[in-house]
Ligand binder design. Structure first.
Ligand SMILES: Cc1cc2nc3c(=O)[nH]c(=O)nc-3n(C[C@H](O)[C@H](O)[C@H](O)COP(=O)(O)O)c2cc1C
Length: 467
């Protein structure tokens, strides 16, 4: 077997514009270098020129960041500063969100699964090697399709079967430094399955699968470089491979179900979230919460367990409006009466009332949780009836916990307040609620301005009873 592989960078590839025919440009560059394509050659093409040729470019100024993008920006900005990395603008974050199926990490860098299925930083969006201050390039929507088109043109023009690889450079978990990887392929199998062949000592290989197109993309990267080398196309000659009619980049993408790290990440993240939720009793940020975010959390709260699957919870969203103000005023009148009856001083009453006002009137959203008695089971037996009522309360509490955890997951902070229990009638009257609704709790919700320290938890041996 010939052990020599040639890696040849093509000179004279011009700056690519939308609409350019990349296959034609490559054939011309080969001709200028006195080269002709041969059967078994491999052409590796930098994604940037493919993206430009098919118009996958956008001006960041045209992007309107969503609430989520602003929120991620606020979270990531200090982390980027800590790591001395460029700060991503809300517009760039929005572009990354738009290109992604799932955000795996958003810290000093965003690691996402792109819509094409690649797990990489920043959805492969590039600000470098593109003209204009605020232009960015996106990965092609279907790089296999682009590779096949180019392969077919090569075959049509030269009669040679050539492997085509579209490459990008990705950073890696566990190791520093970006390397070339394939994101689209035609004519060559993405992987080389060595299972069943023998090693040096005659032992059968049981697990070896070589990522051959990534190796080739990485070899080409040595010549392409990352900065101003200007060699976006590389010819690899002498690498032996079996030509295949159909190949697909998905063959090299590890399935989520067999990706141990992603599963671990998810579990750790979830357990971490259960612990990081705090009751937030401080001033909220002025940032407006979109109603759809609140609705998203209530949708999650529906999935809590409930006795007989009764789902007795009813949520009432109180916007920052006149009705909310009137409700808190009415509740405070009752509070004043109660505290006066308790013999509290005028000063104490004033302080308590003003604290309640501050909490409930200033909260960006206020949510009232009620128990709907209509859905409870009833028996001709007082004790059983009481137990059903308790089960109703237990069930709505589970839903409220889900709600608070959903807020936490979306970066919102909340606090559970029991005040409605003491002013049930006033609430049902002021809000004109159905008579079966029993007001149980308020939840203040907003974006936090500060971290809250976790109050102490009892040690496990105190809460697990042993005889
Ligand atoms: C049923 C219930 C009622 C609560 N009522 C109030 C309240 O009226 N005022 C308040 O400041 N916090 C209230 N809280 C919040 C607790 O003070 C808080 O959950 C507790 O101190 C533990 O803190 P953490 O939630 O940050 O872990 C309530 C919590 C629950 C579960």
């Amino acid at each position: 077997m010939d052990q020599k592989i040639q890696i040849i960078g093509l000179r004279g590839i011009p700056l690519v514009k939308p609409g350019d025919d990349i296959a034609k440009i490559i054939l011309e560059a080969l001709k200028n270098d006195n080269l002709t394509l041969e059967n078994g050659d491999i052409i590796v093409i930098a994604q940037s020129i493919i993206s430009k040729s098919i118009g996958r470019i956008k001006d960041l100024k045209e992007i309107k960041p969503s609430e989520e993008a602003y929120h991620l920006y606020e979270k990531m900005e200090p982390l980027c500063k800590d790591f001395e990395l460029p700060i991503k603008s809300p517009e760039l974050i929005q572009a990354i969100l738009d290109e992604s199926r799932e955000i795996l990490k958003a810290e000093h860098v965003m690691i996402v699964e792109t819509k094409q299925g690649f797990v990489c930083a920043n959805a492969g969006i590039d600000k470098s090697n593109v003209e204009g201050e605020s232009n960015i390039t996106f990965l092609p929507e279907n790089s296999d399709f682009e590779a096949i088109k180019i392969h077919n043109t090569f075959y049509g023009q030269t009669g040679s079967h050539v492997g085509v690889i579209i490459s990008d450079s990705f950073g890696r978990a566990f190791r520093v430094g970006a390397v070339g990887v394939a994101i689209g392929v035609a004519g060559i199998n993405p992987i080389l399955d060595k299972r069943g062949s023998l090693d040096l000592y005659g032992k059968e290989l049981k697990t070896t699968i070589v990522g051959q197109i990534d190796n080739l993309a990485s070899a080409a990267q040595l010549i392409m470089g990352e900065s101003n080398e200007g060699i976006p196309v590389v010819l690899i000659r002498g690498y032996k491979f079996d030509f295949v009619k159909s190949s697909n980049i998905n063959q090299i993408l590890r399935k989520k179900e067999s990706d141990l790290f992603r599963l671990e990440n998810k579990k750790d993240e979830f357990l971490g979230l259960l612990k990081s939720r705090r009751s937030y009793k401080l001033k909220f940020s002025e940032k407006k919460i979109e109603k759809k975010v609140i609705m998203q959390c209530i949708e999650i709260a529906r999935w809590a367990p409930s006795a007989h699957n009764g789902q007795f919870w009813r949520y009432i969203l109180l916007e920052k409006d006149k009705l909310r103000y009137e409700l808190i005023e009415n509740m405070n009148n009752k509070l004043k009466e109660d505290l006066t009856r308790d013999g509290k001083s005028e000063q104490e009453i004033k302080e308590k009332v003003s604290k309640t006002k501050k909490n409930f009137i200033k909260s960006p959203y206020l949510i009232l949780l009620c128990l709907d008695k209509n859905d409870l089971y009833h028996f001709n037996d007082l004790e059983r009836d009481q137990n059903e009522y308790i089960m109703g309360i237990q069930s709505i509490s589970a839903s409220a916990t889900y709600l608070q955890l959903a807020f936490e997951a979306l970066g919102l902070a909340s606090c559970w307040y029991c005040a409605p229990l003491f002013t049930k009638e006033i609430i049902t009257d002021t809000l004109n609620l159905p008579s079966s609704y029993v007001p149980m709790a308020f939840f203040t919700v907003g974006y936090p301005l500060q971290e809250v320290k976790a109050p102490k938890r009892r040690p496990l041996n105190e809460i697990i009873y042993k005889n």
